[in-house]
Design a protein around this ligand. Structure first.
Ligand SMILES: NC(=O)c1ccc[n+]([C@@H]2O[C@H](COP(=O)([O-])OP(=O)(O)OC[C@H]3O[C@@H](n4cnc5c(N)ncnc54)[C@H](OP(=O)(O)O)[C@@H]3O)[C@@H](O)[C@H]2O)c1
Length: 437
């Protein structure tokens, strides 16, 4: 069994995060030992290409050709999986490591969001720890906060900006006045976009992270499939400028709320009042607000990705395992099996709408007629001059039931007066007086 003060570490994956972990361990090894009495020793490493330059000297470490060899190595106490979810290797490695009685640290949010419950059961059965602080919000220690510091709070809601790539794109569109596709290409060139871009811009990465946060915050069963997910690729510079004119910024907001035995999880673009701390989070910074019975609203903000912050979270998990302060994978108690669903019916909000209409007589009257017949009252309406036989119509609504708006948008689609799918963004209002309002 592992020596309390020494942990033998096997690292699988030496990309941004993996090589960052090696750098950090080299830099902080003595400091960690001085501060905690814990010695973290790398005893085996692997990646796909042994000859690739890693920006850190790895010649003193034992190189192993197969990731599964590390998962089975008797000398290894903890396996650090930093491959990502591109093929089945990460899943096999984690299963094999836990089955062989090894602790696991991973940053793999997509794999955990899908298979976390299975790994949790396996880890429980084998009496090992599965830690994943780096999987959500990079350097912000939000997992430990939910598992430890806020455990006595009944949490009703959490929300925030948890995908740096989308935030970088929306921020750049706004600051430089550039179109989505232009900024997306720049983000790609800078290496900010995942190899499958839909994960970022389609909101799926945020949904993975939200599912992990929700089950910790509310004690519910992990349920990624029930996250209603919408991305940012339909947002134009026009939407950002119109939002600005009425005092808002557009952010991809992840929100989870638990009440009356129902969990509502949603990732979608929202109009956020400019004065809110959430609107002021730029670039790759993440922000998460938590509403708890005792604490009120608490806000956490910091670097959401990158070598240093992510490596810092991985190494903190290693220290937690070595000092045996670690909790179980999600929460130790019985899971709440409340219904996990997205309910549009009960929600009342104001909305920003942008329509590109065909240049035909009476189109605006027909459109507003449909809104009115669905009980939607218009707060502001602005028509831009007709150009190229199209007209842009910007509308903000008074508070309305979301289901009414959904019905109106279907009715408007059936009128066949729109040149393209309308843009519809909820105007997010936070509790008055809260730290994020
Ligand atoms: N980057 C971030 O800021 C960040 C933040 C939070 C979480 N994460 C998560 O951290 C994990 C790693 O991300 P990353 O950015 O470090 O990825 P990365 O730079 O693409 O590195 C992936 C590493 O895994 C190795 N690898 C891939 N497939 C392998 C296989 N089948 N067998 C052995 N090695 C394999 C690669 O080897 P080669 O180098 O030889 O090709 C590479 O060293 C992912 O789950 C990611 O979602 C990353």
């Amino acid at each position: 069994m592992m020596n309390k003060y020494k942990l033998n570490v096997g690292i699988i994956g030496l990309g941004t995060v993996g090589s960052g972990v090696i750098k950090l361990l080299k830099k902080q090894r003595r400091n960690i030992k001085n501060r905690t009495g814990i010695e973290l020793k790398v005893v085996a490493i692997t990646a796909r290409n042994r000859r690739k330059r890693r920006g850190v000297d790895i010649s003193s470490f034992k190189w192993v050709d197969s990731p599964l060899e590390i998962a089975r190595d008797p000398e290894v106490d903890v396996v650090v999986e930093l491959i990502g979810d591109t093929d089945k290797t990460a899943a096999k490695v984690i299963r094999e490591a836990i089955s062989n009685g090894k602790h696991v640290v991973t940053a793999n949010k997509s794999l955990l969001a899908k298979e976390g419950s299975f790994f949790e059961e396996l880890a429980k059965e084998k009496g090992v720890f599965l830690r994943y602080e780096a999987a959500v919000a990079g350097g912000i220690p939000i997992i430990k906060v939910l598992q430890d510091s806020l455990i006595v709070n009944k949490i009703s809601k959490l929300y925030g900006v948890i995908n740096g790539t989308c935030n970088f794109i929306l921020t750049k569109m706004e600051s430089d006045g550039r179109e989505y596709l232009d900024v997306f290409s720049e983000a790609k060139k800078l290496g900010y976009v995942e190899s499958d871009p839909r994960l970022d811009i389609g909101g799926i990465d945020s949904a993975h992270k939200l599912a992990l946060l929700s089950c910790l915050a509310f004690g519910t069963t992990l349920n990624f499939k029930s996250v209603k997910t919408e991305g940012i690729d339909h947002i134009s510079i026009e939407d950002i400028q119109e939002a600005d004119l009425i005092g808002y910024k557009i952010k991809l907001l992840a929100t989870a709320e638990y009440s009356k035995n129902t969990l509502i999880q949603e990732v979608s673009p929202k109009l956020i009042r400019k004065g809110s701390p959430i609107a002021q989070v730029n670039g790759s910074t993440n922000i998460i607000a938590i509403e708890g019975e005792e604490i009120g609203t608490t806000v956490f903000s910091g670097p959401g990705a990158g070598m240093g912050p992510t490596a810092s979270s991985v190494v903190s998990d290693l220290v937690a395992i070595a000092s045996r302060k670690s909790k179980s994978t999600f929460l130790t108690g019985e899971k709440i099996n409340g219904s996990n669903k997205y309910e549009s019916t009960s929600k009342k909000s104001s909305f920003y709408l942008r329509f590109i209409l065909k240049d035909k007589p009476g189109v605006i009257a027909r459109l507003s007629g449909k809104l009115s017949s669905c009980g939607i009252s218009i707060s502001q309406m602005k028509q831009k001059p007709f150009a190229k036989q199209k007209a842009t119509l910007i509308i903000t609504t008074h508070k309305t039931l979301q289901e009414n708006l959904e019905k109106a948008l279907i009715d408007i689609k059936n009128l066949k007066i729109c040149e393209q799918r309308p843009v519809c963004i909820e105007i997010q209002e936070f509790q008055k007086g809260s730290q994020v309002s």
